[in-house]
Design a binder for this molecule. Structure first.
Ligand code: GRF
Length: 356
C-alpha cells in the first residue's frame, strides 16, 4: 500500500475523485488531506469520506515547511497530489519529495500557465484568445511555477458558444480521468525505484549455484541439457563440476534438479574422465611385480657387493675389494633411483587397485 497526501484549497472535486478512485482498493491510499484554508468545502467532503484533514495557516506553509514535512512523514506519505491548492510549496518540501509532487492544471501547459493563471482565470483567457482547444495537464512540481515535466495531458474542444463556466466543466471531466492515471504512473515509478516496497510481481532473484557463478566468471555458457540414462560419469572440461565424495560430477540447473553430463553431450567439447575405470587385473599384477623388482633386486645385488668388499679385504685382495665397493655403490644408486620411480609410478596404482 502506497500512502498519498492531497493538498487542496477549495471545492475539492479532484480530491474527492482521488479518494473514490483509490481508497476502496489496497494499492494506493489517500491517507491525509492538507489545506491552507479553514472554511472550504473540501474539509467537510474529506470528513464524510473518512480521510483525515489537517489545516495549516498560510504562515506555516510559508515559514515552517518542516512542520508540513513532519506530518507527511508521520503518515508515511510517498506521493503528494495538489488538487486545486493555492499556496506555494516551499523548496524544502519540493526537494524532499522531488519527482513525487503532482499538480493538476486546467490548461494545455505550457500554454496558460504561470502567475495569475488559476481557476476561472485560465478558462476566461482561453476563450478570450479564441482558442479552439484547451484541456488539462498533470505535471511534476518543481521550483518553477507550472513548468515541471508533464505526466499526463488531455485536450477538450473549445466550442464557439463555450463560456468560462462551460469550459471549466468540460475540463473538470477530463481532470477526473487524468489525475488518477498520473498518480498511478508516479506511484509505479516510485515503487520501481524502491524494490523493497514494490507492489510489482517481479520475482525475487534466484541465488546462483556454484556452477552458475563459475560459468559467469569464466564467461562460458552453462546451459548444457541433461542426458537421460547417462552411464559414465564425466563432465565437460568447459563446465566446472561439483564433485561429491564418491567422485561423481553434477550440475545444478537454476530451475531444476541436479543432473549428470555425459561426454558426448556438449558440442564437440573436450571431456575429462573423472572417475577411474575398473583397472585390468594384469595391470595390477605387473604393478606389484615391478614395485618388488625395482625396490628389492638392485638392493639385494648391492648387499652382495657389499659383502664381497669385506671378504676381499680379509683375503688381502685390495683391488677386488675396491671393485666390489665400486659395484656396490653403483647398485645402491640404481636401487635408489628405481625405488623412487617405482614409488611414484607403480605403487599408487597398485594401492589404488588394491584399495580403490
Ligand atoms: C482544477 O480545475 C484544477 O485544475 C485546478 O484547480 C481546480 C480545482 O478544482 N488546479 P477542484 O477543487 O478539484 O474542484
Amino acid at each position: 500500500m502506497t500512502n498519498i497526501a492531497v493538498f487542496a484549497s477549495g471545492t475539492g472535486s479532484n480530491a474527492v475523485n482521488l479518494v473514490k478512485a483509490f481508497n476502496s482498493g489496497n494499492r494506493i491510499h489517500v491517507a491525509i488531506c492538507l489545506t491552507d484554508r479553514e472554511d472550504i468545502p473540501v474539509i467537510e467532503k474529506m470528513r464524510e469520506l473518512g480521510v483525515e484533514t489537517i489545516y495549516f495557516p498560510r504562515s506555516v506553509w510559508k515559514e515552517n515547511p518542516q512542520t508540513i514535512l513532519d506530518v507527511l512523514k508521520s503518515h508515511d506519505i510517498k506521493i503528494i497530489a495538489l488538487a486545486g491548492f493555492l499556496s506555494f510549496i516551499k523548496e524544502e518540501i519540493i526537494n524532499e519529495y522531488e519527482g513525487r509532487i503532482l499538480n493538476i492544471h486546467p490548461s494545455l501547459l505550457p500554454a496558460y500557465g504561470g502567475k495569475g493563471m488559476h481557476g476561472g482565470n485560465v478558462h476566461k483567457a482561453v476563450i478570450e484568445a479564441g482558442e479552439t482547444k484547451s484541456g488539462a495537464t498533470v505535471h511534476l512540481v518543481t521550483n518553477d511555477l507550472d513548468a515541471g515535466p508533464i505526466v499526463v495531458q488531455r485536450e477538450v474542444a473549445v466550442l464557439p458558444d463555450d463560456t468560462p463556466e462551460s469550459l471549466e466543466a468540460k475540463v473538470h471531466e477530463v481532470e477526473y480521468l487524468i489525475f488518477p492515471e498520473a498518480v498511478m504512473k508516479t506511484v509505479a515509478a516510485f515503487n520501481n525505484q524502491t524494490p523493497s516496497e514494490s507492489n510489482s510481481a517481479t520475482p525475487p532473484e534466484i541465488p546462483k549455484s556454484v556452477d552458475d557463478a563459475w560459468a559467469e566468471t569464466l564467461g562460458i555458457p552453462n546451459n548444457v541439457p541433461p542426458i537421460p540414462n547417462a552411464t559414465q560419469t564425466q563432465f565437460s572440461s568447459q563446465t566446472p563440476p561439483n564433485v561429491n565424495p564418491t567422485g561423481t560430477a553434477s550440475h545444478t540447473t537454476p530451475n531444476g534438479p541436479a543432473y549428470h553430463t555425459a561426454p558426448n553431450a556438449p558440442m564437440g567439447q573436450k571431456s575429462l574422465t573423472l572417475q577411474s575405470e575398473q583397472m585390468p587385473p594384469t595391470y595390477l599384477v605387473w604393478s606389484i611385480i615391478m614395485t618388488i623388482l625395482c625396490c628389492t633386486i638392485p638392493g639385494i645385488v648391492a648387499i652382495i657387493f657389499s659383502a664381497k668388499v669385506s671378504s676381499k679385504y680379509y683375503e688381502g685382495d685390495f683391488d677386488g675389494a675396491r671393485r666390489a665397493s665400486h659395484n656396490a655403490e653403483i647398485w645402491i644408486i640404481i636401487s635408489f633411483v628405481l625405488g623412487v620411480l617405482s614409488n611414484t609410478l607403480y605403487l599408487p596404482l597398485a594401492l589404488a587397485g588394491l584399495f580403490g
